[in-house]
Write a protein that binds this ligand. Sequence first.
Ligand code: FMN
Length: 335
Amino acid sequence: MSVDLSIRYLGLDLAHPVVPSASPLTGDVDHIHALVAAGAPAVVLPSLFEEQIDHDAMAVHYSLEMGADGFGEAADGFFPQLNDYNTGPEDYLDLIRRAKREVEVPVVASLNGVSTGGWTMYSQILADQGIDALELNVYRLPSDITQSSSDVEQDYIRLVEKVKSSVELPLAVKIGPYFSSIPDMARRLRDAGADALVMFNRFYQPDIDLETLEVIPNLVLSTPVELRLVLRWLAILYGRVGCEMAATSGVHDADDAVKAILAGATVTMMASALLENGPSRLTEVRDGVGTWLAEHGYESLAQARGSLSYSTAPNPEVFERAGYMKTLTSYVPTW
Ligand SMILES: Cc1cc2nc3c(=O)[nH]c(=O)nc-3n(C[C@H](O)[C@H](O)[C@H](O)COP(=O)(O)O)c2cc1C
């Protein structure tokens, strides 16, 4: 029996829910072709960073030569060279134009920022290139000891409102898990204009080299364990927030994707596993999701979505606390 895996995300009809998220793989047109050949139903491009958008960049928009094609050669392997990654607004607009011209699937562009400065106008400039939706990655690590958590949260809300008001595209907002109340933030982000929440941003954590006494910024790819935090919040928010949810962080195989869907995800995004294993991993995950659903008697993915969420629990907090107690008290030391 073939299962209907189709879904609607950000107003886009997608053949299935396994979407490559922002990474160097989607920052290169040759790799985008490979992902689409492997079955990607849409692609999320890497982020254009607030810091990369300055007044000169704004001026670029008006002097664009439509169709100019200046993107570099693809690097060998699945992990493209990072020195070609996120090189700036001009290359970014080229990437969008080439992706839109050369592949059939929807292209979601990503903006990464924290302030509500003039750079947010750039969302309209991206929209003018024909993107199908926008993802706003709010990556922020507050370090001002005088700024309250509610001020920090309000900055998120203002930013989402600003971007939403400058563009008429579906908007996804990618957030981290570090809020005092994720449900309250989710609701306020939705009210501010988020059509979907992408959960969760990974905060890349630097290490310390004890020989050189230097801080080493190293990027460690995710492991499936990281999915658990995502699963918890998907399950709690499903059916309560009124916007779609995309799972990101820790989706490495079909089982991970199925878990995210059962918890309530509309789409399951992948970056690390695709960087490690190449685009064929996406095909395996898509097919594996279909097989799992068929073997468990589902006719469509929509039937399964959220079936293991807390949507029918009047108070998820009570369940979570009970589960927490049970987990701690059930541990048996091995020595
Ligand atoms: C090398 C690398 C570059 C990334 N670049 C971006 C980016 O530009 N914008 C963004 O929103 N996320 C970026 N991400 C985060 C991924 O999109 C994804 O959310 C994160 O890696 C968790 O998913 P995973 O467990 O499938 O890797 C990047 C991840 C990696 C590994």
